[in-house]
Design a protein around this ligand. Structure first.
Ligand SMILES: [Zn+2]
Length: 178
């Protein structure tokens, strides 16, 4: 993304309007901490989508633009995947999960200069599996925060060799779940 793009909010990912603007200022709750966000005034002000809060205008714009890009990618990749491999309802999530095992191996065996695109392949397959399992992008992100909270509550071993997989300590009751 060009530097100039980061100075103004991109179009609304929900209605497509470019009537987006930064709003906000000093917070009512805490006057020392300003709060900014991007608002959509498009679609005759019917849309009114609000972006994530931030403490600077630049950060509010960056967060709005990133959210819009992720939304755009989720939609375009879904369309491409279903045109190429078949409708989500016909395919199911198991195929991309099997494929992910192979792609993960390719990603860790790849030369460092080629690894980024292999990691992207893993993300494509994760998105395919999530979508075919019935998750929306909003639902997926919500579950990510739920799992982050679970992970924060767990104990993790320290000082393992850099290339080893780090798994959390388990109680006997947990077995291999999670
Ligand atoms: Zn909008």
């Amino acid at each position: 993304m060009a530097v100039s793009d980061e100075l103004k909010p991109g179009p609304c990912p929900f209605c497509g309007s470019d009537k987006t603007a930064v709003c906000g200022g000093p917070s009512l709750v805490d006057p020392d901490t300003p709060q900014f966000y991007v608002e959509c005034n498009g679609n005759r002000k019917q849309c009114a989508a609000l972006g994530p809060d931030a403490t600077t205008e630049a950060e509010a714009i960056a967060r709005w633009n990133a959210a819009g890009q992720i939304q755009k990618f989720w939609k375009e990749q879904s369309e491409w995947s279903q045109q190429t491999f078949g409708a989500d309802s016909d395919r199911g999530p198991i195929g991309p999960l099997k494929h992910l095992e192979k792609e993960a191996r390719e990603a860790y065996e790849a030369a460092p200069e080629n690894r980024a695109l292999e990691i992207v392949d893993c993300l494509f397959l994760s998105f395919d599996a999530a979508r075919r399992h019935g998750l929306t992008l909003g639902g997926l992100v919500e579950l990510c925060f739920t799992k982050l909270a679970i992970n924060r509550s767990r104990e993790w071993p320290k000082n393992l060799p850099p290339d080893s997989a780090v798994e959390h300590y388990r109680t006997n009751a947990e077995g291999r779940q999670g």
